[in-house]
Design a protein around this ligand. Structure first.
Ligand code: MF3
Ligand code: CO
Length: 237
């Protein structure tokens, strides 16, 4: 799992240079798929329940599961890139929302708050806490700043499968849920909308957009529950 996570992180970091004004999301897809393979991995998403691409590229009001296309990135856009890798029997999964050029202040606050919420959630992923301590920390931070957490999609256990039990919601009551134990591996992934949390799925059956058309951000890491501080397997630094 550590190697799968390293590959995810390597590709995410390399994408930074490819995400420029005028690039198409399909170019990001091709770059990422080639790099995943060169590192000895395989996309975890391609073919998963019929998903047609190797990564997800979700621009502006797209929350998750945006399918790479001929769409060109514009100055001021945001793009959430979600990468899942299979490596020698194990999975890693992460997402990061990039800015294209200069974004407006409300958008940069949305990105900052969503990433902070992810790290506050990860901070609760220690032995002895309860699962929804993670969920609660994320929800509280997001709502304190006037944004909303998506309910329709949640984080998940991860390991020999991309999606394992338990589900990891980004909302919930502190002190509730299963007790966290050392060695549990979770994908924690807040999706945060600037407006309401309502979701609409486009006719392609995948692309999830905000119902109000406002923007959405998505940050995700694969982590291991530890006694004092969680280990992040998809660390970007
Ligand atoms: N990170 C998302 C998840 O864990 C991405 C899934 S894309 C899919 O559910 F194609 F695999 F569905
Ligand atoms: Co995930």
């Amino acid at each position: 799992m550590a190697r799968a996570g390293e590959i995810v992180a390597d590709v995410m970091k390399a994408l930074q240079d490819v995400i420029t004004e005028g690039a198409t999301t399909r170019e990001l897809e091709q770059f990422a798929d080639e790099r995943i393979r060169r590192l000895g991995g395989k996309s975890a998403f391609k073919g998963y329940r019929g998903y047609p691409a190797s990564i997800c590229t979700s621009v502006n009001e797209v929350i998750v599961h945006g399918i790479p296309s001929s769409r060109k990135l514009k100055d001021g856009d945001i793009i959430s890139v979600d990468i899942g890798v299979y490596y020698e029997g194990f999975f890693g999964d992460a997402a990061y929302t990039f800015s294209v050029g200069d974004v407006d202040p409300e958008t940069s606050k949305l990105l900052r708050v969503t990433e902070e919420a992810l790290f506050l959630g990860i901070g609760m992923a220690v032995e002895g806490n309860r699962l929804y301590d993670i969920s609660h920390a994320i929800q509280e931070h997001v709502e304190k700043h006037g944004f909303s957490v998506v309910r329709t999609f949640v984080g998940h256990g991860i390991g020999r499968q991309l999606h394992e039990e338990p589900q990891v919601p980004n909302f919930g009551a502190a002190g509730q849920g299963p007790r966290l134990r050392q060695g549990m591996t979770l994908a924690i992934e807040p999706m945060v909308n600037a407006g309401t949390f309502d979701v609409r799925i486009l006719d392609d059956g995948w692309t999830a957009v905000t119902q109000d058309g406002k923007r959405s951000a998505h940050f995700e890491h694969t982590i291991v529950v530890m006694p004092d501080v969680a280990r992040i397997l998809t660390n970007l630094s």
